[in-house]
Design a protein around this ligand. Structure first.
Ligand code: MLT
Length: 268
């Protein structure tokens, strides 16, 4: 894994392949390793860049609240530091999707295309936002185990839970390895994220929307409605996968992304 300093803080990231940059932005409370099944997407035409967001994995903490906009700013800073000037394909899962929306809002000119995975445009209800803030305090006091115990059954599809106990345990390990302050800061940032529903109609870049057919956290019906609000967006349901579709069914996910990237390449 590589690392660099951004505004005095460490950012860890993977960076391989050549060609159009595909920036992979992980979900909560994970790190860049959630994309390990997407490494085959790197080629002579695709450069995969997969960072750890600040406060996760090998990247330093950024503060006690990190907004989705601040994460997006750091992604733009990382691209600058890597000398990436050409338009990127930004692929974000769940929290990574919330960040993708903020990246689009601030840095649309840097965006050649977007892949929104298992994510939502709506913000939290007031109760859900309060619940996140309460959980953030608890994670800092007691560590992430209670959060992870409540999240894992919700983010993994029924097929994965039944058939892939090793994947469940390895994800628990990744989540447990993240620092409680980083998890809490991102949870607080998610609680104050803006509602992007009304902005969907203004998205102009080619967009692929992907959701696991068994996703209970961002249910297919809601994600399909989001896709229908984005002009020209393509929508794909990944079978036998829950909220973490890229790692629950990588073959189907990668096939959808490959086809989309080929389509995007033809347009440019
Ligand atoms: C994620 O996978 O990033 C989370 O489900 C996001 C969230 O808690 O809203």
């Amino acid at each position: 894994m590589k690392s660099l300093k951004l505004n005095g803080r460490d950012i860890g990231y993977e960076d391989f392949g050549q060609g159009r940059p595909l920036l992979l932005v992980h979900g909560f409370p994970l790190d860049h390793t959630m994309w390990s099944e997407q490494h085959p997407l790197a080629s002579e035409r695709v450069r995969v860049i997969a960072p750890d967001l600040p406060g996760f994995g090998r990247s330093s903490l950024r503060g006690d609240v990190v907004t989705m906009e601040q994460f997006a700013d750091d992604l733009a800073g990382l691209l600058d530091a890597l000398g990436v000037a050409e338009p990127i394909v930004l692929c974000g899962l769940s929290m990574g999707g919330y960040i993708a929306f903020q990246f689009w809002r601030k840095y649309a000119a840097r965006l050649g295309a977007m892949i929104l995975c298992d994510t939502r445009a709506a913000t939290d209800s007031p109760d859900a936002a309060t619940g996140r803030r309460v959980m953030a305090e608890r994670v800092q006091r007691e560590g992430p185990a209670p959060l992870i115990d409540s999240m894992l059954p919700r983010v993994l599809g029924a097929t994965t839970q039944r058939e892939r106990p090793q994947l469940v345990e390895s994800l628990r390990g990744v989540m447990m390895s993240n620092p409680p302050r980083g998890i809490a800061a991102a949870a607080r940032g998610m609680a104050e994220r803006p509602d992007m529903t009304a902005a969907l109609a203004e998205i102009r870049c080619p967009t692929l929307v992907v959701v696991g057919a068994e996703d209970a956290a961002s249910p297919p019906a809601e994600v399909r409605a989001m896709a229908q609000s984005i002009p020209g967006a393509r929508y794909i349901e990944v079978p036998a996968a829950g909220h973490l579709s890229p790692l629950e069914n990588p073959a189907a996910f990668n096939a959808a992304v490959t086809e989309f990237l080929e389509e995007v390449a033809k347009r440019h």
